[in-house]
Design a protein around this ligand. Structure first.
Ligand SMILES: C[S@@+](CC[C@H](N)C(=O)[O-])C[C@H]1O[C@@H](n2cnc3c(N)ncnc32)[C@H](O)[C@@H]1O
Length: 296
């Protein structure tokens, strides 16, 4: 098994919910007469290796090897999103895994070989998720295809323009892990606006720089040298969440109103698991399913 160490309890929460949705999605596309017409895709744009070893996992050196290997529950916890997707029944017609680490791409190739029944329909792209996804969105025939895209970055790697390209297809259901505490809230420094490179990253993430007015307040303070203009942060997690959901709502047909806030082991919010759907006809069912799955 490859060693890709990340996450904790929140990782399990995230993957469990996304995998429930994948199963519900492929079931609908297999039984519904109208939906059967479409070729379905699952896109894992930050694919990893297919496996994970998180901090809550017992250290193999401290646990008898045979015990670990024969415990199906433990094996289940080790699965990453691409492996989970490959095991979903009924399956998707096609899989696209994007990963920018060469080493992890090699692991994904090995993973693909473990699923011979699916392998000919699995495409692994080595590259930047934003570039590969944007091109794929533009090149795919959306009259005959439908997709679920999972964006699962560590930090602020997803550009707003990529989200726009996904929404513009009007054929994609999107699950996105928004790094609300992991990155965004940290870049929003307290007593002054963020430095230029952080500000640029925030603008790339939100697709506009209106976050400045949303998250900061200007005040004038009198000092010995005259009036001094101060900009201080007013935003809390709820404000950041509301703004990101507002941005998603502007480009997608509909979104889940109850995104799931995920916390680290110290109880600090780190990610927000969000869902958005681009297709008008599919939206009510998709959002109902996602909201159900997102319930705490
Ligand atoms: C949180 S991990 C993904 C975990 C995976 N979804 C899973 O459940 O197993 C993020 C992955 O994105 C990859 N990555 C980071 N930046 C990327 C980029 N710009 N484009 C594509 N992959 C990227 C990292 O190498 C890492 O494997």
């Amino acid at each position: 098994m490859s060693e890709h160490v990340f996450g904790g309890e929140w990782t399990r929460e995230k993957l469990e919910r996304v995998s429930k949705y994948l199963k519900a999605y492929t079931t609908i596309f297999n039984v519904n007469e109208r939906a059967k017409y479409f070729t379905t895709y699952f896109v894992d744009a930050f694919a990893g290796t297919g496996d994970r070893t998180d901090s809550s996992t017992p250290d193999p050196s401290e646990t008898p090897l045979l015990e670990i290997e024969s415990d199906p529950e433990w094996a289940e916890l080790q699965k990453g999103s691409s492996r989970i997707a490959l095991e979903v029944e009924p399956g998707f017609d096609r899989y696209l895994f994007i990963e920018h680490s060469k080493k992890r791409v090699a692991e994904l190739e090995k993973l693909k070989a473990l699923y011979p029944g699916r392998a000919s329909n699995v495409l692994i792209e080595h590259g930047d998720a934003n570039t590969v996804l944007t091109n794929w969105c533009r090149q795919t025939d959306w009259q005959s295809h439908r997709a679920v895209v999972f964006l699962d970055p560590y930090g602020m790697q997803v550009n707003w323009s990529t989200i726009e390209a996904i929404a513009a297809t009007k054929a994609i259901d999107l699950w996105i892990l928004f790094p609300i505490g992991q990155a965004v809230n940290r870049l929003l420094v307290n007593r002054k606006p963020p430095p230029e490179n952080w500000a640029n990253a925030l603008t790339r993430t939100f697709g506009e720089d209106a976050w400045r007015q949303r998250f900061y307040k200007k005040t004038v303070q009198q000092s010995l040298f005259g009036d001094e203009e101060l900009e201080t942060k007013t935003a809390d997690f709820a404000d950041i969440e509301a703004y990101f959901l507002e941005r998603l709502s502007l480009v997608f047909e509909s979104i889940a109103k109850n995104p799931l806030l995920l916390f680290n082991s110290r109880g600090t919010p780190i990610y927000l698991l969000c869902f958005a759907v681009g297709n008008e006809k599919g939206a009510p069912t998709a959002v109902r399913m996602a909201q159900d799955i997102l319930r705490p």
